[in-house]
Design a protein around this ligand. Structure first.
Ligand code: F6R
Length: 265
């Protein structure tokens, strides 16, 4: 794991967006795994800005979102389909047939999950999986107790997660109780993972995920098994880590980060 700490959330999120953009610049038909949530909103804004500036072209990418609430129609403003439209797809050219979100409204959820796995496989597999971290330590909607080799399936959301997402629904009582989510095994199959975490409230979950034991009780800890995982944190999210000094040397010294240092990130 390459753990990079930047002082502010803005610096961390700009760097995350640049990593995604550079992946697509290197391979225009990149298969991207995408996350939703508050952390990702500025990341998508930076990508939209790069497309508008003419420094990024997303027209050949294929995307697979991590998750979607069970039963919510794509037009629902709380749905992740609505989120992706509002924050990315409405503003950039990605062919509709290249966009995948596990929408279950009007279909059998188990069929949707099985098709999702086969669609990912048919695409050649995910090149870069972007991830946020839940307060429970979840990635996707793999809540604590999720099998470390799980595949795309429906999952009940924890109360903490439903409260975390209440603002999108005007109250916790309106947040759906279940979601379809890529499994932890599905996520670990991606060629590269990019975990992005900001904010002091995530410091505990961050430390448990990055430095604690690998356990189903902290689903994100499974990323310690991934051979090519980059973690971008802001300083507040890093405050409960033991090895901060070492992580700070990564961005400062490692040759892989030199182009980013030179570009002022
Ligand atoms: C969303 C997702 C979740 C979020 C996580 C962080 O697609 O998969 O794992 O990434 O809950 O959400 P925010 O960024 O809102 O704190």
């Amino acid at each position: 794991m390459d753990i990079v700490i930047r002082r502010t959330a803005d610096q961390a999120l700009r760097l995350a967006a640049e990593i995604i953009a550079n992946t697509v610049r290197d391979k225009p038909d990149t298969v991207l795994g995408l996350a939703t949530g508050r952390t990702m909103e500025p990341v998508y804004a930076h990508l939209v800005e790069a497309v508008r500036d003419g420094t990024l072209d997303l027209s050949q990418v294929t995307t697979f979102n991590l998750d979607e609430y069970v039963g919510l129609p794509p037009g629902d403003s709380g749905s992740f389909t609505g989120y992706m439209q509002a924050h990315l797809f409405e503003h950039v050219e990605v062919p509709a047939e290249n966009i995948h979100i596990p929408v279950s409204a009007g279909s059998d959820a188990n069929d949707v999950c099985a098709h999702y796995e086969s669609d990912i496989e048919a695409s050649g597999g995910i090149d870069l999986q972007v991830l946020g971290l839940g307060l429970t330590g979840h990635i996707g909607f793999n809540e604590p107790g999720s099998a470390l080799r799980s595949r795309t399936r429906t999952k009940a959301l924890s109360d903490i997660t439903r409260r975390q997402n209440a603002a999108y629904f005007g109250g916790v009582e309106n947040v759906p109780e279940r979601a379809i989510t890529m499994g932890i095994g599905t996520i670990l199959d991606a060629r590269r993972c990019l975990l992005v975490v900001t904010g002091h409230e995530k410091a505990q979950a961050t430390a448990a995920a990055l430095e604690g034991p690998i356990t189903a009780s902290v689903p994100a800890s499974a990323l310690q098994l991934h051979p090519n995982c980059v973690v971008i944190l802001d300083q507040p999210a890093s405050t409960k880590l033991a090895n901060v000094g070492y992580y700070l040397t990564t961005f400062a010294n490692e040759p892989e980060w030199e182009p980013y240092r030179k570009a002022g990130f």
